[in-house]
Design a protein around this ligand. Structure first.
Ligand code: UD1
Ligand code: CA
Length: 457
């Protein structure tokens, strides 16, 4: 059976009071349209069309994906008018599934059920009864049969009392839909062409209209204001937290947890309050994440501890923390960082594009950039690799068991041999041999009989 999917995303979203097109506002790190597209992705649609209008260029740039078509709606004269723009692209055979770009948490199974209810011959509406149906189109029934959808603005007082609403999702036989679209008028309170008037037209020409009840309200709530967006964000996060807790992840507080990507956890993982996970994050068995950490594109091996206020952003290259390592508090790991087992990274230490061998330590105030650090190296407080000459980046290599004193500058490209010791305060611009002490700083001198200057009278 041929399936078309149309996502309407041309509206201005006036009530968001934002310059950004509504469907590009983000929920759990992805914009609203991405959520809707993801839900529709598994349906096996012949084509997926997004109707754009307000901020069209921006929306098309943000949503562009292989196989996705865009049609523009200028000006925006209502949801029925939006569908009129998409109609020429729809195959007459089969079903068209219509989604609102601003209903982001809709689930794939629900869409599947709706398409099945339509079966290319019925108009299937996704509905739900809400305690507070204000603002939504109401489902008007005579007996059991659906007669019409009436928009809030056009509803009588009695109709406003109806709890059952139209969620903005329908599946229609495509040929009939095209017919109804040409028959829509705009004689209503908003002077818009309402897609929802298709229901009355279907009833008129004898097409069966069926309601499919949504399983829960979260998946059908629309985003029309900043407050609704924040409410949906919390609902999404609550669901994500529950999924993880069901797998045994111990969240200190499910209400203070934010997932903006994908988080995979081993057994006995503990996550303290206020943490944010972005991109793809993998936590091994018995990993502990302290309060207020942000992790993005990172893999933390079993038994590692990330202490509070640590920021790990693997960027495109990823970042890995070895088994039983300790990172933080207040540490920063960037793209291309690979820490071996039992590494210690302490407060105010930044590591970028560097590997650290097993048991290496940089416990305080340090920068390791573009460095290969051997096992058990101790990198002293205040020491840095000077990896950037103003034009190019260079690497620093430090052999196993080397001891880098405090306040050392390693000017790359440079190599420190295995077991070498670098005296504190040294600026090392040439290779330091293995096993020896290398010191590069002015020799200490004391002047006997020297007098401190005194103030002139
Ligand atoms: C719409 C439904 C209402 C339903 C509600 C569910 C109509 C007339 N009303 O109302 O019955 O309860 O959704 O959330 O359909 N859009 C366009 N072009 C336009 C106007 C809107 O593409 O000219 C898009 C918007 O970007 C949005 C969607 O259509 O993604 C819905 O538009 P919106 O104005 O939010 O409709 P509602 O008033 O919420
Ligand atoms: Ca809406």
């Amino acid at each position: 059976m041929v399936l078309n999917v149309v996502i309407m995303a041309a509206g201005k979203g006036t009530r968001m009071r934002s310059a950004r097109p509504k469907v590009l506002h983000t929920l759990a790190g992805r914009h609203l349209l991405q959520h809707v597209l993801a839900a529709a992705a598994g349906l096996g649609a012949l084509r997926t069309i997004v109707v754009t209008g307000h901020g069209a260029a921006e929306v098309e740039r943000a949503a562009a994906a292989p196989g996705l078509a865009f049609v523009r709606q200028e000006p925006q004269l209502g949801t029925g008018h939006a569908m009129q723009q998409a109609a020429p692209l729809l195959d007459d055979a089969g079903t068209t599934l219509i989604l609102n770009g601003d209903v982001p948490l809709i689930e794939a199974e629900t869409l599947q059920a709706l398409v099945a209810a339509c079966a290319g011959q019925r108009l299937a509406l996704l509905t739900i009864s809400l305690a507070d149906p204000k603002g939504y189109g109401r489902i008007v029934r005579r007996g059991d049969a659906i007669e019409a959808i009436v928009e809030e603005k056009d509803a009588t007082d009695a109709q406003r009392g109806i709890a059952e609403i139209y969620t903005g999702v329908m599946a229609a036989p495509t040929a009939a839909l095209k017919r109804w679209l040409t028959a829509l008028g705009n004689d209503n309170a908003a002077r818009e062409y309402y897609l929802t008037d298709a229901v009355g037209l279907a009833v008129g020409d004898g097409t069966p209209v069926v309601g499919v009840a949504a399983a829960g309200e979260t998946e059908v709530l629309g985003v029309n204001s900043a407050a609704q967006l924040a409410d949906l964000e919390r609902r999404f996060q609550r669901r994500a937290a529950e999924r993880l807790m069901n797998e045994g992840v111990r969240l200190a507080d499910a209400a203070r947890f934010d997932l903006r990507g994908e988080l995979r956890c081993g057994s006995d993982v503990e996550i303290d309050v206020g943490c944010i996970f972005e991109g793809v994050v993998d936590l091994g068995d018995e990993v502990r994440i302290g309060a207020h950490c942000i992790l993005r594109n990172a893999r933390i091996a079993a038994g590692a501890t990330i202490r509070p206020y640590t920021h790990i952003d693997g960027e495109a290259l990823g970042a890995t923390v070895g088994a039983n390592a300790t990172v933080g508090p207040f540490a920063r790991l960037r793209g291309g960082t690979a820490l071996g087992a039992a590494v210690h990274i302490g407060n105010f230490v930044e590591v970028k594009n560097s590997t650290l061998g097993e048991g290496a330590k940089a416990n305080h105030l340090a920068y390791l950039g573009d460095a290969d650090v051997g096992a058990r190296v101790n990198f002293g407080a205040g020491s840095i690799t000077a990896n950037y000459d103003g034009a190019n980046k260079h690497r620093t290599t430090i052999g196993a068991d080397a001891h880098i004193g405090s306040n050392v500058v390693l000017v790359a490209p440079v190599t420190v041999g295995e077991g070498a010791t670098i005296g504190g305060g040294s600026t090392i611009a040439s290779d330091a041999p293995a096993g020896q002490l290398t010191v590069a700083r002015a020799r200490q001198a004391s002047l006997a009989g020297w007098k401190r200057p005194t103030k002139k009278r």
